[in-house]
Design a protein around this ligand. Sequence first.
Ligand SMILES: [Zn+2]
Ligand SMILES: [Zn+2]
Length: 341
Amino acid sequence: MRSVQISKPRGPFEIVERDIPEPGPMQVRIKVQACGICHGDSITKEGLFPGIQYPRVPGHEIAGVIDTVGKGLTTNTTTEWKTGQRVAVGWHGGHCGHCESCLRGDFLACRYAQVPGISYDGGYSDYVIVPTEALAHVPDELSATDAAPLMCAGITTFNALRNSGARAGDVVAILGIGGLGHLGVQFASKMGFKTIAIARGKEEEELVMKLGAKQYIDNRSQNAVEELNKLGGAKVILATVPSAKAMSEILGGLTVNGKLVIIGASEESIEVNPLLFIQGRRSLVGWASGTSIDSQDTLSFSVLSGVRSMNEIFPLECAAEAFDAMMSGKARFRCVLTTGN
Ligand SMILES: [Zn+2]
Ligand SMILES: [Zn+2]
């Protein structure tokens, strides 16, 4: 099989031939059809997490078909995973089942949580082995290239919004229009929120209005805080931009009990005025993806509502080019690798 691996931190993408791996107990082998490229793949590319074993194949937005199920799986009568089923795997690539978080049912916070492409070889490959608890069914209505980017960018925006506490009709602002933001606008509007898109410049205005935004705020020529306050303030601001400065500056646009939900990763610090937060009981929370059943919900909701990621498609061999397009921010909006399988 073909795999695209990284041999050492900051090393190049290498296309290599490998033996097709065999699944172990409670694992399946997926024949990969599409794999989205995510900013999180830079963790493997740049060696940003300690303990990554190299060579490592990145990729945690995987869609394909179950090719083989591991031994022992058929003896588990509760499982329904079979050869030929269309499946997808996202950031949550497995959990231990016995740590304190798992015992509390909070699998995402598992102490030994696994991520495809970081903990084990991921989807930049013809085949991938994953544990069954990481699998989501893919509905017939979605192609593999439709499903793949919904497995990280999609689930993260969908799950953050549906758990934000906002209710139908509430003002929800999406800060930043890119891979995450263009999905956030669609999900928010289909969930019935009064969706306000905020970005810098005029380029994306026409598009976000088509995607369901009720209003566009150009954060370069307009004061986004003032504009949000004209609407009574936002119940939720979904911060997709990886900029702590942009997040700090928008906090004044939250209404009473409003919440800034952070999904854009940044290493800088956010500045908060305590009085603003005390007086209006405002809050600041982060959100990360979800488990496989949340992925399945994301895919189902996308079918129901017509939400789709806008993708640039690249063949597996062009992984380096696709990764650069994503990192430069020039891609509109997600890059997806296809294997031809
Ligand atoms: Zn991701
Ligand atoms: Zn656990």
